[in-house]
Design a protein around this ligand. Structure first.
Ligand SMILES: O=C[C@H](O)COP(=O)(O)O
Length: 253
């Protein structure tokens, strides 16, 4: 049985005061960690404050990116050891917006995944196809490659601990969700690719989230699908009430 994981990805939204207000409102109402893993991935600037504000609660804090080196002359970057030092627990890697606007490659995502584990961070590794790729029948090969390249060289134990987020790019922020069946089918293909690379025992335990216009109104159906174990949520994670409804769906899913 895979425990659902619901992660809010705030992207470049909110001011620090709004972020603190959000977690103060939400943290006491988060369902028990035994039922669902609740995560907020916030801008770097907010992380130490949010970690402090959520200490001892079931709301966990993640980053949205990081460099793969521990330190060095990389102006503007943040390292895995810096995230670990302030007790951040999760990190989103290879989001399609990072791949598209910041040229993040599968190779870089793989280095970051290794660095995440070496520093005690849980990676949420994103994959997804464009509309053109989908229409050309390339969805499975695209996402399978992204996932197996990202996981390359990790131990079975590390793969089991990794979280995969399948986000069809055409469904992000557009209001268009893949149908639950479409999302499930692709998540199943991702699981098969992991199974081929690391074995069925590993693939059965990896949690695969769906992301792309997930809302309180559609999350239950998505989570009812065999291969969907959670959600990576942008827009609908920005308001406390809506985020809490997503968590409730996760806890009941
Ligand atoms: O990381 C989250 C995704 O990009 C989905 O964003 P969205 O829920 O606003 O469509």
């Amino acid at each position: 049985m895979r425990k659902p994981i619901i992660a809010g990805n705030w992207k470049m939204f909110k001011k620090l005061s709004e972020a603190v207000q959000f977690v103060d409102e939400v943290k006491g109402q988060v369902p028990a960690a035994s039922k669902v893993d609740a995560v907020i991935c916030a801008p770097f600037l907010f992380l130490p404050t949010l970690v402090e504000a959520t200490k001892g609660t079931d709301l966990k804090i993640g980053a949205q990116n990081m460099h793969f080196e521990l330190e060095g002359a990389f102006t503007g970057e943040v390292s895995p050891s810096q995230l670990a030092d302030v007790d951040v627990q999760y990190v989103v890697l290879g989001h399609s917006e990072r791949r598209e606007y910041f040229n993040e490659t599968d190779e870089a995502v793989n280095k970051k995944a290794h660095a995440a584990f070496e520093n005690g961070l849980t990676p949420i590794i994103c994959c997804g196809e464009t509309l053109e790729e989908r229409e050309a029948g390339q969805t499975v090969s695209k996402v399978s490659t992204q996932v197996t390249e990202a996981l390359k060289g990790l131990s079975k134990e590390q793969v089991i601990q990794s979280v995969i987020a399948y986000e069809p790019i055409w469904a992000i922020g557009t209001g268009k969700t893949a149908t639950a069946e479409e999302a499930n089918e692709t998540c199943g293909e991702i699981r098969s690719a992991i199974s081929e690379a690391f074995g069925a025992d590993v693939a059965d335990q990896v949690r695969i989230q769906y992301g792309g216009s997930v809302k309180p109104g559609n999350i239950a159906e998505l989570l009812s699908m065999e291969h969907i174990d959670g959600a990576l949520v942008g827009g609908a994670s920005l308001e406390p009430a809506s985020y809490l409804q997503l968590l409730e769906a996760g806890a009941n899913g």
